[in-house]
Design a protein around this ligand. Sequence first.
Ligand code: S3P
Length: 434
Amino acid sequence: MPSIAPPGWDDRPMIRFHGPQRPFHADLTVPGDKSLSHRALILAAMAAGRSMIEGRGTGADIASTCRLLEQLGASVEPEAVESPGVVEWSPPSVPLDAGNSGTTIRLLTGALAARPFRSTLIGDASLMSRPMQRLVGPLGKLGARVSVSTAGTPPVIVDGTPLYGAPVRVPMASAQVRTAVALAALQADGSTVVDSPPGFRDHTERWLTHLGLGSSLDETRFRIDPGPIPSFRVTLPGDTSSASFLWAAAALGPGSTVRVRSVSLNPGRTGFLDVLAAMGAEVEIVPTAAVLGDPVGDVTVTGNRLTGTIIEGELTVRTLDELPLVAVVAAFAAGATTVRDAAELRTKESDRIAATVGMIRALGGAAEPAASGLVVEGTGLTGGVVAADGDHRIAMAAAVAATRSGSVVVEGFEVAAVSWPEFEAVLEETWSSP
Ligand code: S3P
């Protein structure tokens, strides 16, 4: 299967990280939020006309979305998208290759469901083994014809067809599936109401409300009113998940402080900050603005003595992408930290329960996997060699451990470029701040 993933990014020579060995203080911004960048680009390509998007994310996943939108007929510039509108999208002449990006493949499946042509969506080796069956039932409620492999994985084949509005119950708290439904429902005949368990990032719901294309019925039920998407102008906040690596570094160094300005404060994104506060770190959140109805602000984390905690239920959903980092911080927190209700972690860019436990053990710590979670003992980390496993969040979480452990070597570190190509330089700079 063809793939655009940079060849051999697991083979890159290892990178060694040395922590600062003293308290540090940093005040910075991070590149644009990945979730919001995907949404901004896709909505702009669905709108007819020119939309302005300032500060989009710099990672390879965002480049994948840009490339596929161009294949469909939009013109993507560094700070603008010009499009004839979704009804004029052109049939792709070759498969749409989403690289490593689950958000790209899932959101575009929804956006393509009403186009009068066949689309085939594929990805790199990791994406080709991720679950896509979850899209089939919910989109099918609108009349969409979507099929996946017998294993439930890509290729995803979308045979575009006219859609009708319907009530759609998504069985998992997945923002990606909800957004796929919303992007299809915008092109349907009649309104759709989507529902799911709580805790998901509701960026899409907030933006569609702001654009006059839907409204919340209660905490989890959202009505989508079909209609042409207007072109828009947006300045994206920084990526909360990227900032979390730096907040974790601060939390690990008693007396260290990291302020990251202008990041998304969507409630579905701030679980890690709640976890750090529960463990004893000082967390100060200052809301400063709203972008298309979605809150943004500055967050300062100061390191302190930490104690273990329990993460379960909705908090697990709100912290999901940051759980490898939770494990690193937990290794330095007195007692045990238990993560429950996180079976979804097994379906991320790697089996993140196995990869996280493997990382903690490789660094000299104590961690036990469970069917749907893990337990980390606060026995400290000494350092060691960690294989990134083709997973950007494992690569960066391991590097952050060096804040407090001995030196850490990460094999295949280049995969960090999936979400944050500048991470290595920013971490070194943060650690060397006075
Ligand atoms: C995302 C939603 C989450 C998250 C992923 C990005 C999004 O996935 O883990 O990194 O942008 O909608 P799920 O929706 O599958 O939970």
